[in-house]
Design a protein around this ligand. Structure first.
Ligand SMILES: [Zn+2]
Length: 191
């Protein structure tokens, strides 16, 4: 028996970035999404932008973190923002899955590619993803040793990864609604 006054639930859309996190966290994210408030909630918590714009600046940024935390690891090769990299497929993987080739390939080439979406994220998210990729210089897989390295470089790693996933979820689902990329004259969709 379902009471008639039950508030309609937000539609169950798959939240790909949050797969593997507990259902109550996903549900909270869906509620904020339904209110169009998820992106804003994350941006309020992470107001700091960063100034790492070019590949050269990215190289220096990665090198500085590496010098501080991972001196013993292999020298860096190329470091660049990559517009073709999909964060979910190439960088973070599904939270529960171990992606076998992802780190290994990067380690072999000593190359660090950062999805270009990070050019415009809050500063802590860039640090988190760079820490992730630096950890792959030593550990190919997303195993315990890998996450220990991440935590060594960034004690808030797990919280930042979750909040980054919220941010990316908001980008995926809220951007069309906010019409950030639409020309100002575009007609409203639903009238
Ligand atoms: Zn990885």
């Amino acid at each position: 028996m379902i009471p008639a006054h039950t508030r309609p639930r937000p539609p169950m859309q798959p939240l790909n970035y949050l797969a593997g996190y507990p259902e109550h966290l996903q549900q909270r994210a869906r509620e904020l999404l339904a209110q169009g408030a998820l992106g804003e909630a994350v941006r309020r918590r992470y107001p700091q932008p960063h100034a790492v714009r070019s590949d050269r600046q990215l190289y220096d940024y990665v090198q500085a973190l590496k010098e501080r935390h991972l001196r013993q690891s292999v020298p860096l090769g190329k470091v660049l923002y990559d517009g073709k990299l999909q964060v979910l497929k190439h960088a973070l993987g599904l939270h529960t899955a171990v992606s076998r080739n992802h780190g290994g390939k990067l380690r072999a080439s000593r190359e660090i590619r950062i999805a270009s979406v990070f050019r415009d994220t809050p500063a802590p998210f860039l640090r988190m993803i760079v820490v992730h990729e630096l950890a792959h210089l030593k550990e190919a897989e997303h195993n315990k040793a890998f996450y220990q390295l991440c935590l060594h470089m960034e004690p808030d790693y797990h919280q930042l990864e979750f909040d980054l996933r919220l941010y990316l979820t908001a980008l995926e689902h809220e951007v069309p609604r906010q019409a950030l990329h639409s020309p100002p004259a575009a007609p409203a969709r639903s009238r």
